[in-house]
Design a protein around this ligand. Sequence first.
Ligand code: AMP
Length: 284
Amino acid sequence: MRIFEDINPLQAFLRSKKANQENIGFVPTMGALHQGHISLINASKVENDITICSIYVNPEQFSNPTDLVKYPRLLQEDIKMLEAASCDVLFCPSDKVMYPERPKLKIDFGFLETTMEGKFRQGHFTGVAIIVSKLFHIVNPDRVYFGQKDLQQFLIVKQINNELSFNLQLQCVPIVREQDGLAMSSRNSRLDKKERLTAAQLYQSLTIGKQNLLVTENVFDTKNKMAHYLSAFNDIRVEYIEIVDAADLNVVNDITQHEQVALCIAAYVGNVRLIDNILLFNID
Ligand code: AMP
């Protein structure tokens, strides 16, 4: 695997690949890689000649300074995982390379800014938009791979892609879970043993919600059932439970009026904030 820390050598390398008509697939990450990230790498490898992963813990998207300090950084382990997955290129820039100066740009995403993650993490999506746009300019990929785990982030990137005419092909890859259902996340390593066991209840509440919603078609009752289920666990503090249209995050009242519905949750387990979601209608 070729590893680049600077922009110019990376771009020279990628230009030579493009000149050979090779397609470039791109997987942006913040590192502390797990099998969820690797599933994005695998998806890219199927569709592209060259797969590039970036690892950069973007300070601009952290609204909570403690979360930034505690975010796991495991570059050597990450390199081993990427090599085992036959990733072709790793871009792991420093803060100085990515931000010679702190960005002053602010982006308002309209409705997406006011709901779920937007509501609870002030400035988060501006931070995401800036880093993603910078990386798109630097890498100039043909296809980019994001996880359904961060559904709202995917919709934000879709909006940037459309409104700023990046014209990239965006792919949304399903959530990879641990055996007990907990969505894989770099933040899971911060849970202690007891919290780690409890964290699986977030997925449990999503599956209970999904079953209830399919049977009753009652959104209000379903949200209540999920909240009630989770209230039995002392380590869990729910931030939001939302049942939304998966294409735009608009609130759902009547599930029969929507092509796809997502049940979404954000909750603290101990001091660790986790998010997860599940789609209501199975796609064959
Ligand atoms: P992160 O390193 O957390 O910023 O995530 C990088 C990319 O991996 C994002 O597009 C995430 O949505 C995706 N991702 C994170 N966790 C998972 C998972 N459990 N399954 C699939 N994709 C994931």
